[in-house]
Design a protein around this ligand. Structure first.
Ligand SMILES: Nc1ncnc2c1ncn2[C@@H]1O[C@H](COP(=O)(O)OP(=O)(O)OP(=O)(O)O)[C@@H](O)[C@H]1O
Length: 911
């Protein structure tokens, strides 16, 4: 018990400091909605400045400590003013990546200024023991704990009771309202960033004497910091203190009682995962903002160009390049393979993984141990490394099922730290200080020893890169690629099209894991003795940065990113002909990244592929692709498929939807209250009601987007309990009020996404033979009915508003639904377009027998199109019958207009 109390006290002291650092993150997040990944590096800078002033210059800590805090505060403000402010209108991903750039710049700046060696600052607080009953704690720890509690109280009071604090809480919600009240939003945010920096500095200075200063480990203070901040819900200072203490105590107890190396480092990660799993959702809410991510390439392979490039590299490697350049080439190719994994998981699938390099390390360590233990041939060891990465990649991907964006980045960074601590730095696995002896390798009898035959090893890496690049490009062009793009663009829309969002994400992580694992093996086996120090989480951050600079959505982007790897071609060329830039390379990359995300977020590969395109991810691809012979051939093939489908006399047919006692609660709000109704094949049933009546929530409940009680039956089969994509596949399809078109895809690919077969075989077949997708009878029916033939190769952003509406309905029809639910399909359309949409809805019901549930505010349209109507108010059914009966019902009139004497007129817009 005494020991536990002792550990508890120790954990409280460390946790208090985590909490101080985390409160800096909270202050920044409350004001700007941004998670600053450079926060740990800012803390580290504070610690180093304190060390310089006190230990190097020999000045008093009374000067050194404030100096460290001041520098951190200034750094915090600078990050805001120089990096975050110019990126105010960009995606979360862009801002995360930018702060990662700052992280790298600060970390490398410290390395260049102070070196990587450990620095041990002199303690500045009394270190004697203080006894309280059976527990003895250091006086410094006690002081720091009391200080953290006092600081929490001060911050809580400031943010709760001062104008500054109240304005900060308001600024993240509504900067415009605050500006209207004469607040200078930029200055307020800048102050919070400075406060965040200062708090990071306090934490860095507090931890410096016990943690000791070392750039690589100290900057990772960001992980426990973020874990504490997440436990505090990124809002509450007292809860953040509690979170920090919980974390500190858990770390101390686990490290003591669990005999597992690195377990202390893994605890914050486990806490992060637990929070994400508890708080996250499998599909985002309606309010989730879908942001455009960096553009993706087409995955088109030019065989002639590829063969020429391979031949040139092979000949140059064998005949022209010296050892240094060959080594640079090998490092570039190995890195490029690992970055290919980033293209799959982040570029295509939109999942921000910061664990790809540690995953590569797992592949390397397992292949190394297998080969050392069994004498496995090298090619099989490469494959084994790829396969060995699968379970770890799956585990890294699991949080993605409930977390997205910044949260996922935090989880994967934490996972990387845990993998590094528990597996890669584990001397039971990594061969200890001497490394893992594997000797030299051969492939099919050819010696590929990278020291004697560096050219051969480089060529081997080149061939593996080409092979994997082809696989990744195939995936992009196939059915699976469409699913990934749909998921990255809009998870709700993807699920509504029948895409299994969870499986698609996990597949992306697994495929990326295999690719990274193979890269990891090739990287480690460059030497006869394997070491795993270069598979650390910081290298993973650098890897992401290189991917973004190269073009994270492009296969060639991985190669371009690999060129910039430390020790890669850029370094080798510069070292051979210029000067030793290795030490500055990471710094240059970090600065390059920050400049690039501001100027050209899509990467160098995008500029090369489309030199004339505008820079922002929002600028659509121009139609000018069609004249190219390839595009013309493809268009002709599409036309032929459409013609063939037209010759068959099939079209979608309807089914019967039954809802029994469907109820949805959001806390105390009952959004849908015990609704029961039926829609028969060929029937159009309108659901009307004032704003907030529960119409969209009803649709969400029927289609599986929100949890509901009650029963939903399709043709007598229960749908309740099934996830959204399964309901779509069963025949219940929906459109969205906000259309939710997949903006990264052409109209045709939007339709294909809805009509693609859903079998799992494509996950494997697409790797070698991508399925461009057949055009189904339902798709052609949708194209013809909604006259979309001329728009098929356009992107949604290029279409007129009315046409976008038609595409949204056509896409739902392309899924061959039995029951179609349309959420305000006529909103914002002109009179003529509304009439057209009404006719089309009737056509779907009358000619194809589809059962239609129509949510609509346009009373005229409801009256003209629907067979029956149901009126809702506060989630409850207040009337049902023919449209005329329902619209004339006094309860409906009252619900809409607030008093029963008014007469409901056939106006166009009631709301
Ligand atoms: N995720 C949510 N959490 C909490 N409350 C919610 C959520 N989604 C909807 N609501 C509430 O449920 C009620 C019904 O909202 P809903 O959007 O379904 O109404 P609606 O009839 O579709 O309105 P509109 O015509 O404006 O689209 C409202 O009170 C709304 O605030």
């Amino acid at each position: 018990m005494n020991l536990f109390l002792q550990l508890f006290a120790l954990g409280c002291a460390t946790g208090g400091i985590y909490a101080i650092s985390a409160m800096g993150v909270v202050a920044v997040f409350r004001s700007s909605g941004v998670i600053n990944f450079a926060h740990g590096a800012v803390a580290m800078a504070g610690g180093y400045v304190m060390y310089s002033v006190a230990d190097t210059l020999g000045l008093s800590h009374l000067i050194a400590v404030p100096a460290g805090i001041l520098v951190s505060a200034v750094l915090g403000w600078l990050v805001y003013a120089v990096v975050i402010r110019p990126l105010a209108d960009t995606s979360t991903l862009t801002r995360v990546i930018a702060t990662l750039g700052v992280f790298v710049v600060l970390q490398q700046g410290v390395v260049l200024t102070y070196g990587s060696a450990l620095k041990i600052p002199h303690p500045y607080l009394p270190t004697g023991a203080v006894r309280a009953g059976p527990v003895s704690v250091g006086a410094d720890q006690l002081i720091l704990f009391v200080f953290s509690a006092a600081l929490t109280a001060v911050l809580w009071a400031v943010f709760k009771h001062t104008r500054f604090g109240l304005a900060t809480s308001a600024v993240a919600e509504s900067p415009r309202s605050l500006a209207a009240l004469a607040w200078r939003v930029g200055r307020l945010r800048g102050l919070n960033w400075a406060l965040g920096g200062a708090l990071a500095g306090v934490a860095g200075i507090a931890l410096a004497p016990s943690l000791q200063l070392q750039p690589n480990s100290f900057a990772l203070l960001i992980i426990p910091t973020l874990a504490s901040a997440m436990l505090g819900g990124l809002r509450s200072f007292p809860l953040t203190l509690l979170g920090g203490i919980t974390l500190g105590v858990l770390q101390a107890v686990c490290a003591h009682y669990l005999d597992l190396p690195g377990v202390g480092d893994a605890v914050p990660f486990l806490v992060i995962i637990a929070v994400l799993m508890l708080m996250g959702r499998t599909l985002p809410l309606r309010s989730h903002l879908n942001e455009r991510l960096p553009r993706v390439g087409s995955g088109k392979v030019h065989p002639v160009r590829l063969l020429v490039a391979v031949a040139v590299v092979a000949v140059a490697a064998q005949t022209l390049l010296g050892v240094q350049l060959l080594d640079g080439l090998t490092v570039t190719l190995v890195t490029s393979i690992i970055l290919l994994s980033q293209v799959v998981v982040t570029g295509y699938a939109g999942q921000l993984s910061l664990a790809q390099v540690p995953i590569a390390g797992v592949g390397a360590i397992i292949a190394g141990r297998l080969l050392a233990a069994t004498g496995l041939p090298f090619p099989l060891a490469i494959v084994a490394g790829g396969l060995a990465a699968i379970p770890v990649a799956l585990a890294v991907g699991l949080p993605a099922l409930r977390a997205r964006g910044v949260s996922l980045a935090i989880a994967t960074l934490g996972f990387g730290v845990a993998i590094n601590a528990v597996i890669l730095r584990n001397s039971d696995l990594n061969g200890g200080a001497g490394g893992l002896q594997v000797g030299f390798q051969s492939v099919f009898g050819i010696d590929v020893d990278s020291i004697v035959y560096p050219a051969r090893y480089a060529i081997l890496c080149g061939l593996v890169f080409v092979l994997l690049a082809l696989v990744v490009a195939n995936v992009r062009r196939g059915r699976v690629g469409r699913r990934m793009l749909a998921v990255r663009t809009n998870e709700r829309a993807a699920a509504a099209l029948g895409v299994d969002v969870a499986s698609t994400k996990l597949y992306a992580f697994v495929l990326a894991g295999v690719v990274a694992g193979i890269g990891g093996v090739l990287g480690a086996f460059r030497n006869p003795t394997l070491t795993f120090t270069s598979y650390d989480p910081l290298t993973s951050v650098n890897g992401l940065i290189q991917s973004v600079i190269g073009g994270i959505g492009y296969v060639p982007g991985a190669l371009l990113g690999g060129v910039g790897q430390n020790g890669g071609l850029a370094t080798a060329v510069a070292n051979t002909w210029l000067f030793d830039i290795a030490q500055y390379l990471v710094l240059i990359l970090g600065i390059g990244l920050i400049v690039q995300v501001i100027v050209q977020p899509n990467g160098i590969a995008d500029v090369i592929a489309h030199p004339k395109r505008k820079k922002g991810p929002r600028s659509a691809a121009p139609r000018a692709r069609l004249p190219r012979p390839f595009a013309r051939r493809r268009a002709a093939a599409v036309d032929a498929q459409i013609a063939a489908a037209r010759r068959t006399d099939h079209h979608p047919s309807g089914g019967r939807l039954e809802a029994r006692g469907v109820t949805v609660r959001f806390g105390s709000v009952v959004a849908v209250d015990d609704l029961s109704f039926e829609i028969r094949p060929g029937e159009v049933v309108a659901v009307i009601g004032p704003n907030g009546a529960g119409k969209t929530t009803l649709m969400d409940a029927l289609s599986g987007f929100v949890p509901a009680t009650g029963t939903v039956l399709l043709d007598g089969s229960p749908l309740s309990g099934l996830p959204a994509f399964r309901r779509t596949r069963a025949g219940l399809t929906r459109s969205f009020q906000s259309l939710e078109l997949l903006e990264d895809m052409t109209v045709l690919d939007n339709l294909r996404c809805a009509s693609d077969p859903t079998d799992a075989a494509s996950y494997l077949i697409d790797l070698v033979r991508p399925d461009r997708g057949r055009i189904t009878v339902a798709t052609v029916a949708a194209i013809d009915t909604f006259t979309l033939a001329e728009h098929l190769h356009r992107f949604p952003t290029e279409l007129a508003y009315g046409t976008r509406h038609l595409v949204a309905i056509a896409r739902a029809v392309a899924a061959a639904p039995k029951v179609l639910m349309l959420d305000e399909p006529a909103a914002g359309l002109s009179e003529v377009e509304r009439t057209e949409v009404g006719d089309l809805i009737r056509h779907l019901a009358d000619d194809w027998g589809i059962a239609v549930l129509l949510v609509e505010h346009d009373v005229e349209l409801v009256r003209r199109v629907s067979d029956r109507a149901i009126a809702l108010d506060f989630g409850r059914q207040i009337a049902a019958g023919t449209p005329d009966e329902v619209l004339a019902d006094p309860r409906v009139v009252e619900a809409y207009l607030g008093h029963s004497t008014s007469v409901m007129r056939p106006t166009k817009e009631v709301s």
